[in-house]
Design a protein around this ligand. Structure first.
Ligand code: DX5
Ligand code: ZN
Length: 222
């Protein structure tokens, strides 16, 4: 499976969002961080904004829901146009039901775990998920430092998915840049989120290409 790059618009210019979205059209997904000020101590944007972003984005939307009550809201983000919806395990009452709801809408279902959540908590769910997101920072803000001690979670998940014969995507989010992308891809990550690394670069397309090249170099040796 080829590596996929998902630029996070959390680090884009929210007053020029369409322009900044078009600048990353060479990537694979548009990562949209939804925060509610309750599940995480920050707020970003909600359903009406995601709906408009989905209309103008050349890339499919990868919605990362850092919100309470994903059982209620995850399907709404799928209906708003997200092709993949990631909910947090820590906030979910019935993760299997959320995944089933997303699948019945024809969308991809993904579950995220925060740094303090053991990987064992998500392992029983991989038969029903299309992707697992391993957070490599505490969710809430862009531009934080990569937590290298999260990497073994990727190794465990990749081994479990292979043992189960599951075509499971593994996503990493937080502190990914040229210096860290190789580590996560080597451990089995194949969908890489990068916010400040891409939007902080003067040439966004060039940064996506550079990250992709570094990731593919490691991936083909793995
Ligand atoms: C943080 C968000 C990330 C954020 C990553 O809670 O989920 O998607 O944009 O930002 P960087 O890549 O700057 O760490
Ligand atoms: Zn995110």
């Amino acid at each position: 499976m080829a590596i996929q790059i998902a630029p996070s618009i959390l680090s884009a210019d929210f007053a020029n969002l369409e322009r900044d979205i078009l600048e990353v059209a060479d990537a694979d997904w548009l990562h949209v961080d939804v925060m509610d000020g309750h599940f995480v101590p920050n707020m970003t944007l909600g359903l009406p904004v995601v709906e408009r972003i989905a209309q103008v984005s050349p890339l499919p939307i990868d919605a990362h829901l850092m919100i309470d009550d994903p059982d209620r809201w995850a399907p709404r983000y799928a209906e708003a146009g997200a092709a993949s919806v990631t909910f947090h395990l820590e906030a979910a009452r019935d993760p299997r039901a959320i995944a089933a709801d997303l699948h019945s809408l024809g969308k991809r279902a993904s579950c995220a775990i925060k740094p303090g959540t053991p990987v064992e908590d998500v392992l029983p769910l991989i038969d029903t998920l299309d992707m697992v997101l391993v957070m490599t920072v505490e969710p809430g803000f862009g531009g934080q430092s990569f937590m290298a001690d999260m990497v073994p979670k990727l190794t465990t998940l990749r081994a479990a998915a292979e043992a189960a014969g599951r075509d499971l995507r593994l996503q990493t989010d937080g502190g990914i840049a040229r210096a860290t992308i190789g580590t996560v891809v080597e451990a089995g990550c194949d969908v890489v989120v990068a916010g400040s690394a891409i939007y902080g670069a003067p040439d966004r397309a060039g940064e996506i290409a550079a990250l992709r090249e570094l990731a593919e170099a490691v991936h083909h040796h793995a």
